[in-house]
Design a protein around this ligand. Structure first.
Ligand SMILES: [Zn+2]
Length: 385
């Protein structure tokens, strides 16, 4: 059956052993080239019994134009272009001209062949094997780099996949924005990215899980963040060294740095974290210790309806968010001040929870007191997971 079919194909088409073997790729083991050689060998024995001429491998294959002979040359090119780039795993993809893919399909249809595999699949595999053999690198479904090869023009594209690092940052001083802002020399993002770019030799993008205002510190266990390093030329980087360099800024401190997948990175950024805050509340009209305790009691377990604050209305969609206060603890300081420690849903604006934002946040600390109250100072004590 196989030999008969092969004979009919070869009487009409001049195919190399790769292309012959690939017609029967799904049968048995071994490479397509070995398979093609074996089929041709048996076929020629039978033909000599029948007194027919041998069908040898042609000078030039009419389907692939001997593209598999280009592999050693392409491997050299791939090595050259990936020099100086650190990677452990790779993948090969290839672009074949439409006419070759069409011609291959026509042969399958004309001769009723359903055991074939497409040419690019064999080519990718063979090129990958050859590259792996000379470099000692492995192929992977989730590779560090991808080579896209145009075998006939010899054009090769090298894609370097990004690296994701998870961490938590503590903002130790007030007066730094999370991301670059006109009028500020530094930002959390620029301090962190500087160290990452240097170590990975790539372009860094910082993404925080939420943000705090310029005048708010973030303490305790810190706020989660992700750094995506695009086109890194180095990957085996000592994260402890990066942390040390960032921490020397004395403005930002990073903890728990570790490599994560793209999926984990996404999860970190979309998850809503509860937060613990410490706010210093100012009551111009004066406040007593009993009043402060009363506010504490009323806040516990309270649901807050918060319309997008006036000050961020241009940057955020105008809507009412319902958020909860889980814990509240008041500490009276003097006739005009008390401290509030709060645990709330992520995304509740604390300054507005205190002031009431002209009725946009209901109820507010001002409502509960029956007096105008302001947030004079705010720290994020912990971002809870
Ligand atoms: Zn061929």
């Amino acid at each position: 059956m196989i030999v008969e079919k092969a004979e009919r194909v070869l009487e009409e088409h001049k195919l190399c052993d790769h292309c012959l073997g690939r017609l029967f790729a799904k049968l048995g083991k071994g490479t397509n080239e070995d398979r093609g050689k074996a089929i041709r060998f048996v076929l020629n024995m039978e033909r000599s019994i029948r007194g027919l001429g041998l069908i040898e491998e042609p000078e030039e294959c009419e389907l692939c134009h001997n593209v598999f002979e280009k592999i050693p040359e392409l491997v050299e090119k791939m090595k050259e272009m990936s020099e100086g780039i650190e990677f452990e795993t790779f993948l090969v993809g290839s672009r074949f001209p439409e006419e070759i893919k069409e011609k291959e399909k026509t042969i399958w249809e004309d001769f009723g062949i359903d055991s074939a595999e497409p040419i690019n699949r064999e080519f990718n595999r063979e090129l990958g094997k050859a590259f792996g053999k000379t470099t000692g690198k492995d192929t992977s479904k989730n590779p560090d780099v991808v080579f896209i090869v145009e075998p006939f023009s010899g054009k090769i594209e090298l894609q370097i996949n990004p690296v994701y690092v998870y961490g938590r940052y503590r903002k130790l001083v007030r007066g730094i924005p999370q991301t670059p802002l006109p009028g500020f020399k530094d930002s959390i993002a620029s301090i962190i990215c500087r160290a990452f770019s240097k170590a990975f030799d790539g372009k860094c993008v910082f993404k925080g899980a939420g943000r705090e205002d310029v005048d708010v510190r973030t303490l305790g266990n810190g706020r989660p963040f992700i750094v995506e390093v695009k086109k890194p030329r180095r990957r085996r980087v000592d994260l402890k060294k990066i942390a040390k360099e960032i921490n020397e800024s004395r403005k930002v401190e990073v903890l728990n740095l570790r490599f994560v997948s793209a999926k984990e990175a996404e999860e970190v950024l979309t998850k809503k974290h509860r937060k613990e805050y410490l706010a210093l509340v100012l009551v111009e009209e004066s406040v007593t210790p009993d009043e402060a305790k009363e506010v504490e009691k009323k806040l516990r377990g309270l649901e807050i309806h918060q319309r997008t604050p006036w000050r961020v209305r241009k940057a955020r969609a105008d809507k009412v968010r319902v958020k909860k206060v889980y814990e509240a603890e008041a500490r009276w300081i003097d006739e005009k001040h008390f401290e509030l420690r709060l645990v709330t849903d992520g995304g509740l604006y604390i300054k507005e929870l205190i002031s009431g934002d002209k009725g946009r946040t209901k109820p507010s600390v001002s409502d509960l007191l029956g007096k105008r109250a302001w947030c004079e100072r705010l720290d994020v004590l912990n971002v809870l997971d």
